[in-house]
Design a protein around this ligand. Structure first.
Ligand SMILES: C[S@@+](CC[C@H](N)C(=O)[O-])C[C@H]1O[C@@H](n2cnc3c(N)ncnc32)[C@H](O)[C@@H]1O
Length: 283
């Protein structure tokens, strides 16, 4: 484990902020580009953890990104948050706290707004202010639909994605392959695969000879969490030119909760992201 121990919440934000500063250093040289930040699951700007009587406060990604002034600020920020109460808090912690910055906050579903962004970035150059976007997709579960992400194919966006391999996908993959329709639907939407493709990937049929003859037993593959990350990484490779290795985010019990993956259509961006991930992996 690195210096963050099992504090994967703090770690993912550190990685994002380090990348954002490197990204802004490059963007500072390109004065014609409008540099935007898109956060699809923005939260409130602060993360409260621990017991109610002794809460531990961490500055959330949205606010950490807005706080960056050096090497430069982003030219605009677009925050999406579905929960009305969180939106109110987020306004206070970003828009009202930093009135000099251009911050848009929408109470909506990330999937809808990702599609809107993709449409905008696909417009001819003169209609989109030469926009370049750094995106952060940090859902609490499996709320990101594969079809929404797929719309970003070919656009000028770098994206950090938290993939809920351990606390999402793996939990829905029952050991005996008996998965409810509701969970199958969730897996299909999240992975953009059919039920059969999902079952073929994660399960094996074994024929065993018992006292009553041959019996077929369904078993889940070994290391399903890591295999889910590889699967998602491969799927991302069909949409973006460059994809990092999945980076494990573990909890205090050392279980993998998420894999963090970076995607881009720019090779220099991939190099920067990979260097940052390697640094934190080897600490
Ligand atoms: C893991 S938290 C984000 C934490 C945030 N990145 C931070 O650093 O503070 C996920 C947030 O996404 C919101 N959310 C859940 N489903 C959503 C959806 N479909 N679209 C947009 N926001 C959603 C939740 O209300 C929650 O605030």
């Amino acid at each position: 484990m690195n210096q963050f121990g099992g504090d994967w919440t703090a770690l993912k934000i550190e990685i994002l902020v380090e990348y954002a500063k490197a990204y802004l250093t490059i963007m500072k040289k390109h004065i014609y580009w409008r540099t935007l930040y898109f956060d699809g699951f923005a939260g409130t700007g602060f993360i409260v953890r621990g017991k109610a009587e002794n809460p531990e406060l961490t500055i959330g990604a949205a606010r950490r990104i807005v706080e960056i002034d050096k090497p430069k600020s982003f030219d605009g920020y677009y925050f999406v948050e579905k929960d009305a109460k969180n939106v109110k808090e987020l306004r206070k912690n970003t828009q009202e706290a930093f009135p000099q910055k251009t911050i848009h906050i929408v109470e909506d579903d990330c999937n809808i707004k990702l599609s809107d962004m993709a449409e905008h970035l696909k417009k001819p150059k003169d209609q989109r202010n030469y926009d370049k976007v750094l995106s952060y997709i940090d859902p609490c579960g499996m709320q990101l639909d594969w079809d929404s992400l797929k719309k970003l194919e070919g656009v000028g966006a770098d994206v950090w994605i938290l993939v809920p391999t351990g606390m999402g996908v793996n939990r829905l993959l029952k050991k005996d392959g008996e998965i409810s329709d509701k969970w199958i639907d969730k897996l299909e939407r999240f992975l953009g695969l059919t039920e059969q493709q999902i079952k073929n990937f994660f399960f094996r049929e074994k024929v065993e000879l018992t006292l009553f003859g041959e019996e077929t037993r369904v078993t889940k593959i070994e290391k399903a969490v890591q295999r889910a990350a590889e699967l998602y990484q491969n799927r991302l490779g069909d949409v973006f030119e460059f994809v990092t290795e999945p980076f494990e985010l573990r909890n205090e019990k050392n279980s993998i909760m998420y894999h963090l993956i970076f995607v881009s259509n720019n090779s220099a961006a991939l190099k920067i992201a990979t260097d940052i991930l390697n640094k934190y992996k080897h600490q």
